[in-house]
Every structure is written in C-alpha cells, then in structure tokens.
Write a protein that binds this ligand. Structure first.
Ligand code: RB5
Length: 143
C-alpha cells in the first residue's frame, strides 16, 4: 500500500516523525512537502495530496496543519475525497470502518507525537466495513 503525506508549516515536524514511523510499519510513503518550517498556505499542500489520492498514485493520504481543520476542509472540496479529522485512535479506526476515509487529517498542535503515531497506525491498519456503510458513503457526494 502506498501512502502520501503533506502538511503546512505547523505540521512539518510531526510529518518528519510520521514519515519514519510509516516506513517502519512497512508502507511506502511519499512526502509531498513542505520540507522546512517556512510559512506556507495549508490549502496548497492539502490540494496536492488530494490530487495524489484521486489519481490513485497513493492509496491513502495523511495531512497535517495546526488544527487539522484547514487541510481537511480544503481536501474535502475534491469530489471523491473523504478526509476525516482525528484526535484519537478510536476515531481513526472509525473513519476507516464507517466512512472509508481516504485522507486522515491530524491537528499537530493538539496531539503529541506519540498520539499522532497511534492515530496513524489505527488509520492504516483498519479496513472499511462496507455493507450499510457503503450505502451511506455513496450518499456523501453532492452531484
Ligand atoms: C497556521 O497558523 C494555522 O492556521 C494552520 O496550521 C491550520 O491550523 C489551519 O487550519
């Protein structure tokens, strides 16, 4: 499974730690930037990640900003992207099981790095349940 990751400046430090962690878990991960702490605009990196996932160059995405909200809002503007904001591992499992979330959004300023790793692990290791949840996921899109 191929994972892609991006952030804004608020998430760069956590992104570095998560790239290493995801590799240790045995996945291939592509870091879409940014690569230093200079201030950037979070939508630029959220859109870049959403495009990677939609083009199927990545199976799942991880995105970070200070609250996780800005990047989630931007990513969710793409038809076919289901980005879920998670601050604990239980929610991370549920956005896979119930929502088939293809992007995990993390609030770098509101979880510690160990919590972020737990959340990422739960997100990557939990499958979509399908069934009644597929019917509901199919109703998310606005045509
Ligand atoms: C950057 O200061 C901050 O606004 C950003 O990381 C994010 O929290 C936006 O939603």
């Amino acid at each position: 499974m191929k994972i892609a990751i991006s952030s804004d400046h608020a998430g760069v430090e956590y992104k570095r730690a998560l790239v290493e962690f995801v590799q240790e878990l045995g996945y291939f991960i592509e870091d879409l930037g940014p690569y230093n702490e200079d201030s950037v605009d979070y939508p630029d990196f959220a859109h870049k990640l959403a495009e990677k996932v939609l083009s199927k160059e990545a199976d799942l995405g991880i995105v970070l900003c200070g609250t996780g909200n800005g990047v989630a809002m931007a990513a969710n503007k793409h038809q076919g992207i289901r980005a879920g904001l998670c601050w604990n591992k239980e929610i991370a499992s549920l956005i896979r099981q119930h929502n088939d979330a293809n992007i995990l959004a993390l609030p770098a300023r509101f979880v510690n790095v160990e919590e972020a790793k737990e959340i990422v692990k739960a997100y990557l290791e939990t499958p979509f349940e399908g069934g009644r949840h597929q019917r509901r996921v199919d109703k998310i899109a606005c045509m």
